[in-house]
Design a protein around this ligand. Sequence first.
Ligand code: AGP
Length: 618
Amino acid sequence: MCGIVAYTGKNAASRIILEGLKRLEYRGYDSAGLSIWNNNSLKTIKKTGRVDTLDREVKRTQVDGHLGIGHTRWATHGAVTENNAHPHVSSDGKFAIVHNGVIENYEQIKHFLEEKGYTFHSDTDTEALVNLIAYHYQKEPENNSSNGNRFFNSVRKSLNHVQGTYGIAVICSDHPEDLIGARHGSPLILGLGDNEHILASDVGALAMHAQNVVYLNDSEVVHITRNSFNIATITDESVEAIVQRVDWDIEESELGDYKHFMEKEIFEQPKALENAMRGRFSDDESTAKFGGLNITPQELRQVDRILFCGCGTAWHACLVAEYLIERFARIPVEVEYASEFRYRNAPLDKNTLVFVISQSGETIDTLAALRESKRKGFQTLAINNVVGSTIAREADGGIYQHAGPEIGVASTKAFTSQVMLCAMMALYLGRLRDMSFNDGVKFVKALKEAPKQVETVLKQSSHLQAIAKKYAKYEDFLFLGRQSMFPIALEGALKLKEISYIHAEGYPAAEMKHGPIALISPDCPSLFLAPQEEVFQKTLSNIQEVKARKGPIIAVTSEGSDFPRDLADDLIEIPSAHPAIQPILASIPVQLLSYYIAVERGCDVDKPRNLAKSVTVE
Ligand code: AGP
C-alpha cells in the first residue's frame, strides 16, 4: 500500500513523479503529494484525494526542478488529511521523506525526539522517521557533507533504530544533488536511465524511463545522484548491485477503449490463459512442464503434503488448488490464510511442500508466510504475476503467470490465470503419480480449450449486463456452490462486496441450511454455481430450498445440463468442460455480474473505497 516515486536527472522531476504516481495509484488513493528541489529550496505540495488533484495544483503553482519525491497514500496512521499526506518534512525544514510501510516503534522515537525539542505536526509514523534522520544528521561530522555522505549516513543510522517496514525516499536541502532510498519489507526498485535515476515502488512506474533496474533487498540503502548510485546495507556493508532488464510492456498497462481496467482485464482472460500455458506442455508425455520449479520430479515424488498460502483472491485460488490437486494427483493439500499461518506456528510434516500464490508478489502476509516456511527449512514455491517481485525472488522456485499488468484493484485475470496454473500443477503432479497417459492427454486437451471457452462466456456480456441491471438494487447477496464451485462462490462474493459495497457471502451450497438460510427472503438473491457434475442433483435440491422461501435465484449451469429451466429467475450457461476447467469458466459470469452491478450503482470500479491493490502492511 502507498506508492512512492523519486527522481533525479535532466528532466522535469514533477512530470515524471506525477506520471509514476498515476501508475501507482492502485496502491492507495487517499491523498498524494510531492516535494521538489525548486529555486534553491524544498517545495512541498500535498492534496487529499487523487493524483489528478495534486497534478492540477502542481500546474497551478508551477513548481518544478530536477530532483524530487512523490507519494500516493493508503492511510495507516492518521486520518485522510493534508497534514497526514506525504511527503513529511522534518521540523528543521531540511528533510522531506515519502514512506510506504509502518514504523512500529514510532511512538518511542517520537517521544525521544520531542524531549530533544523536535516538533510534530501530523498523526503519522513517518514523521518520526524524518525527524530521526534530522537528529542523526546533526550528529554526523560536517566534513562528510561535500559528497553527500553525511546525508547518507544519517538515513542509514536512523534505519538501525526502526522496527517495522519501509520503502522510503528522502531528500535534503543541504544536498540538492542527492537522493537516498531504502527498503525493508516494502518494495523499492531503482531505475537506471540516461543521465537520470528513478526510484519507485514498482516497475510499472519507472519502465517508461528506465529499461535497466536494480531490485533493492531488505535493509539496503541506496545513495543516488543523477550520474551515480551506491548501495550499502543499513549496517554499512557494501552491496554489489545486480542490474536486470525490465520485463514490462507499457502499452499493456494502458486503458485503451475500455471504461475501466477491471473490464479490460476481464476481457483479457483468454490471452492471459494462453500466456500461462505457453511452452508449458509436453505432448509426448501428456503432462505440464515448468522451467523454474528448481525441484526434481524425484523430490516431488517424496512430497507427502502441500500447504498453499495466500490472501484474498489468491487464497481462493489456493482453495481451487486443493480440490484439483487432491482429486487429480491424490496428494493431501492444506490451505491457510497467509496472515494466520505466519503466526500460528502450525506443525508441518517434514515432507511438506509450501506453495504461495500472490499476483503482486509483494503482499506482506504472504511474504511473511513464505519466509517463515523457509526459515523452518521447507521447500517453497510461488505462483506470481509480477516479474522480479520480492516473493518471486525469495521463493526457492516458482511459476510466473505472465498475465500482464493487473491494475484494477479487483483481481480478475490474475485469479483465472492462477487457477489455470494450479490445474496444470495438478496435471503435472498427477502424471508423476497415478494419472494415466490417456487421462493426461484428455487433461492437456481440456486445458488448451479453456481460452476459447472463456471467449464464449465473455460473449454473453450483454446478457450479464441485463441481469446486473435487475439485481443492482439489492443490498444482500449469497453466492453458493459445492466442491470446486465453493471457492468460486467465495470469489464471487468478494468481487461483489469490494467493488459495489453490497453485502455478499459465499458458502458451500449445502452449508446454507446450517445458518445462512435465515437470510433468504425476496430481498436477498442467491447466485448458484451449478455446472453439471457429480454433485449437480444435490445443488439442485439446495436451489429448491431457496425457491421454497421466495429467494430470487440466479444460476450458472453448463450448456446442455439437466437444469430445470423454471427453477431459476435468471440463468447463465457456460460451456460444458473438464472438471479442471469448470472453476475458470464459472469465474467469468461472477466477475462480469459484479462489474456491471458496480457500474450500474455508479461505483468507482477500479479504485473502490478503502482498498489498495497491493497490501504491503500487516
Ligand atoms: C482481490 O480482488 C483483492 N483486491 C485482494 O483480495 C487480493 O487478491 C489480495 O490482496 C492478494 O493480493 P496478491 O495476489 O497480490 O498477493
